[in-house]
Design a protein around this ligand. Structure first.
Ligand code: ATP
Ligand code: MG
Length: 266
C-alpha cells in the first residue's frame, strides 16, 4: 500500500545478483523530517538498498516510490527531478580524480544547470566550510586523506540543498571527534533545514546519536525496527551480538577450522 506520508517507500523489493539474493521482499517507509538509520553485517545489502532509493539500482520485483510517485520504472531523464531532491554520499566517496575539490563539489550544480560560475564557487565554499575543509578547494582527491575525501563527498552531497540525504557510512574512517562533528552536522541539517535522512552505518555511537529510528537488515530483510532509546531492550540474539560487537560461537569456530586457521599458516 502506498503511503503518501512517506517521502521514500519501498514495497516488496527483491534484488539478486546472479544466484545471490540480496533483498527479499523488503518493505520500508522513510518518514519526512526523520533520520532513519540502517545497520547490518557487511555484505548484507545496505548499500544496495540505498541505491534503490535513489534509482541507481532497479528492483527485480517490487516498487520504489518517491513522494508517492513510482520511480522504479522511470527512465534516467524522468528520474532527474527526484534525483535533484536527493543527495547521496557514496560509501567510497566516489570523487572524480581529475577534478579539484571545488570542481567535484560544483559538479552536481553544473549537471543541473544551477547558478553562474560565481554562484557555484560561493556555494562550494559554503559547504566546504560546513564540513570543516575551507582551505582545500584547489587540491585533487589524490592529495587528500580518506577522511578528508569523505568530507568532500559529503559537501558534494549537500551542495544542491537536497530535501533528502542518503549517507552511506558517513563516519567510517574518521577519527572519533571528526565522526562526532559529522553526526552533529547530520542532526543540524535535520533540525535547522528539516532534511530527511537515511544513514547506513556500522558505527553504533553514530546510529544512536543521529537516528530517530534504527532498522537492522539481515539475510534480505529487516529484523529490527526500533528507536535508539529502546535499542537496549531488544532481546533478539542476532541483534544484540551485532550492536555489542560479539561474534557468535559459530562465527568463532570459523577461526579454528576456516580461513583464519593461523596456527597452521605460521
Ligand atoms: N553491482 C553489483 N553486482 C554484483 N553484486 C553486487 C553488486 N552490488 C552489490 N553486490 C553484492 O550484493 C551484496 C550486498 O552488497 P552491499 O554493497 O549492499 O553490502 P553492504 O551491506 O553495503 O556491505 P558493507 O557494510 O561491507 O558496505 C554483496 O554480496 C555484494 O557482493
Ligand atoms: Mg555498503
Amino acid at each position: 500500500m502506498v503511503n503518501p506520508g512517506a517521502i521514500i517507500q519501498l514495497v516488496n523489493v527483491s534484488k539478486s545478483f546472479g544466484d545471490v539474493r540480496v533483498l527479499s521482499g523488503v518493505d520500508i517507509e522513510i518518514k519526512t523530517g526523520e533520520t532513519t538509520v540502517i545497520i547490518g553485517p557487511s555484505g548484507c545489502g545496505k548499500s544496495v538498498l540505498l541505491k534503490h532509493m535513489v534509482g541507481l539500482l532497479r528492483p527485480d520485483s517490487g516498487d520504489v516510490y518517491f513522494r508517492g510517485e513510482k520511480i522504479s520504472n522511470l527512465s534516467e531523464r524522468r528520474l532527474s527531478p527526484a534525483r535533484q531532491e536527493m543527495g547521496f554520499l557514496f560509501q567510497g566517496s566516489a570523487l572524480f580524480d581529475s577534478m579539484t575539490v571545488e570542481e567535484n563539489i560544483c559538479f552536481p550544480l553544473m549537471e543541473h544547470d544551477r547558478g553562474d560560475a560565481a554562484d557555484r564557487k560561493r556555494r562550494a565554499r559554503e559547504v566546504l566550510q560546513l564540513v570543516g575543509l575551507d582551505n582545500l578547494q584547489d587540491r585533487f582527491p589524490v592529495e587528500l586523506s580518506g577522511g578528508q575525501k569523505k568530507r568532500v563527498a559529503l559537501a558534494r552531497a549537500i551542495v544542491m540543498h537536497p530535501r533528502v540525504i542518503l549517507y552511506d557510512e558517513p563516519t567510517t574512517g574518521l577519527d572519533p571527534i571528526r565522526a562526532d562533528l559529522i553526526n552533529e552536522l547530520i542532526n543540524r541539517l535535520r533540525n535547522v533545514l528539516g532534511n530527511t535522512a537515511v544513514v547506513v552505518t556500522h558505527d553504533m555511537a553514530s546510529a544512536r546519536k543521529v537516528g530517530d529510528r534504527i532498522l537492522m537488515l539481515h539475510e534480505g530483510n529487516f529484523i529490527l525496527d526500533t528507536t535508539p532509546d529502546e535499542l537496549d531492550d531488544v532481546s533478539d540474539e542476532i541483534v544484540t551480538r551485532f550492536i555489542n560487537g560479539y561474534a557468535s560461537p559459530e562465527e568463532l569456530a570459523e577461526l579454528d577450522n576456516g580461513q583464519f586457521a593461523i596456527a597452521e599458516k605460521f
